[in-house]
Design a protein around this ligand. Structure first.
Ligand SMILES: Cc1cc2nc3c(=O)[nH]c(=O)nc-3n(C[C@H](O)[C@H](O)[C@H](O)COP(=O)(O)OP(=O)(O)OC[C@H]3O[C@@H](n4cnc5c(N)ncnc54)[C@H](O)[C@@H]3O)c2cc1C
Length: 491
């Protein structure tokens, strides 16, 4: 989207996989949030975003975002995305958790991300100013005097270096670092590791969203049962058939962290939890939610006739590379967009369907920012050799999942920090372990509970929540102070 917005300026897109074949966008089900209904307004959308963010969402960013979201929908539509329409030709608008209005634009029922990617990839391939290199994984940023000079990638025939004074990171989320996640396993925050190693500041790393209703199966990643199903009236019950969210404000459509903790507690009592769509949707389920129905069928569940087994799973990262309102990081010439970035929009908890909209809105802001940025001399890249592969994340998953899950405490976070700091020193695991380390350190530093960050040893809310900032060097320094040195050496 950023490359398309920059046309006719020349852009080189480095993509690890064939363009559009990998990443979370492809799997997005619910849709894209924008205030376009007759009863809606950007002010209401911003207010819902801020409420879900539990006091940490940045009001100025929320206002900027909500104002620009309708234009992002029009741009996506102009670029070829075929959104579902009502009989009168207007966009068909869905309702999702914690939205006070129906404002979710969707495509193919629950195939929104797939349709957006189809349209954007086709548009990018047809745009002459965009060169696409597939099978190229970014491995290192070349930065001198806190300014971008180039990038080193691993390509099909070995390492390749590209001199440039401007890079936009759009490498997605971190779900691949958790044992239970709805994200592609390939999403392990590599862009965050690259940026952090280049000296960029991270923001709100501790805020990891757990989706309350992943399909409770043993396969990974876990299929998602979108909030839109609860938006259509499906209810949560336990194995005794008791509805347990009806006394909570917002009931099943309360913010995600509230619903995730409620389900987590039921499960901790040894009870299984189900999403019951029989009365609200029934026989129409497969027509309204074809992808979810297929995932349920594959697990032997017929959602029209039986309750769907669900459990919370890592789903989204509100934290990431700290950026300003133009998507600029703390390194000159380095921007970040999409889930890799932390704009401050989501605060402590993301409102459903705000992430695709945020990526589309900030793509435009970043393009404008790049147009206005001064040109610097790129390169020279003196030596680049074989940029080391750093994608071993199997060892990180159990450590991070135990310590930085739905409920957290000092003891488990402290242990995890020691192990992750040790792993981060091994080249093969340095990138995923560094990201895990920064999440654990930020979670340990925040000694209260807020939104998705829930400390059992510090359950109180802060009077005035503030954003956290962290560099990789600070995370290592904390690890030295917190973790027993023997543990660091031994691991
Ligand atoms: C199952 C599911 C359902 C969701 N539903 C919704 C929804 O309905 N609405 C909503 O708003 N959000 C939804 N989300 C969240 C949303 O989809 C993501 O936040 C968003 O798609 C992230 O987009 P992105 O462009 O930042 O990253 P991605 O779409 O994940 O793309 C990242 C890309 O970067 C590439 N890459 C990574 N590392 C490198 C590297 N080192 N070098 C080169 N390339 C690299 C990857 O191959 C990939 O192509 C959902 C997420 C999931 C998992």
């Amino acid at each position: 989207m950023t490359a398309l917005r920059l046309a006719p300026r020349r852009v080189l897109v480095l993509s690890r996989a064939p363009l559009g074949a990998e990443g979370s966008t492809l799997w997005a089900q619910g849709g894209v949030a924008a205030a376009i209904g007759a009863d809606d307004s950007p002010a209401l959308h911003a207010a819902d975003t801020i409420a879900a963010g539990d006091g940490l969402a940045d009001p100025a960013i929320a206002a900027q975002f909500a104002r620009a979201a309708p234009d992002a929908i029009e741009t996506l539509s102009r670029l070829g995305a075929r959104f579902d329409r009502a009989r009168d030709g207007a966009y068909a608008l869905g309702l999702e958790a914690a939205h006070s209005r129906a404002r979710i634009v969707h495509a193919g029922g629950d195939g929104t991300g797939r349709e957006i990617m189809r349209a954007l990839v086709a548009a990018a391939r047809q745009t002459r100013s965009i060169d696409i290199l597939e099978g190229f994984e970014a491995r290192r940023f070349v930065v001198e005097d806190n300014a971008v000079r180039g990038i080193i990638a691993a390509g099909p025939s070995g390492p390749a270096a590209f001199a440039t004074d401007k890079i936009v990171i759009a490498t997605g989320g971190i779900g691949g670092l958790f044992a239970d996640s709805t994200n592609p396993l390939s999403s392990f925050g590599q862009g965050l590791a690259l940026a952090a190693r280049a000296g960029a500041v991270m923001a709100d790393m501790e805020f990891v969203q757990f989706h309350p209703t992943a399909l409770d199966v043993t396969t990974r990643p876990m299929p998602l049962i979108s909030e839109a199903v609860r938006g259509e009236g499906a209810i949560l019950i336990d194995e005794a058939g008791d509805r347990f969210m009806d006394q909570t404000p917002g009931a099943e459509l309360a913010p995600r962290d509230v619903v995730a903790r409620a389900i987590w507690r039921r499960r901790a009592e040894g009870k299984r939890v189900f999403l019951d769509a029989r009365a609200a949707i029934g026989e129409g389920f497969a027509a309204r939610f074809p992808i979810i129905a297929a995932a349920c069928r594959a697990a032997g569940v017929d959602p029209a006739r039986e309750p769907i087994p669900v459990r919370p799973a890592q789903h989204y990262h509100m934290g990431g590379i700290a950026v300003d309102a133009e998507g600029r990081t703390s390194v000159a010439g380095l921007w970040a967009c999409g889930e890799a970035a932390s704009t401050g929009l989501h605060g402590a908890n993301r409102l459903a369907s705000n992430s695709l909209a945020e990526a589309a809105v900030f793509a435009a802001a970043i393009a404008r920012s790049i147009e206005a940025a001064p040109a610097r001399e790129p390169g020279p890249i003196r030596s680049f050799g074989a940029a080391p592969s750093s994608s071993v994340r199997d060892a990180v998953r159990p450590i991070l999942s135990r310590a930085a899950g739905v409920l957290r405490d000092r003891e488990r976070l402290g242990c995890a920090i020691g192990s992750l700091a040790a792993l981060a020193r091994f080249a093969s695991a340095a990138d995923p372990a560094s990201v895990g380390l920064m999440i654990a350190v930020a979670a340990l530093r925040r000694e209260h509970s807020l939104g998705a960050h829930s400390r059992t040893d510090f359950p109180h809310r802060p009077a005035e929540p503030i954003h956290s900032r962290l560099t990789l060097a600070e995370a290592f320094a904390d690890a030295e102070a917190v973790a027993p040195r023997s543990l660091v050496r031994q691991a």
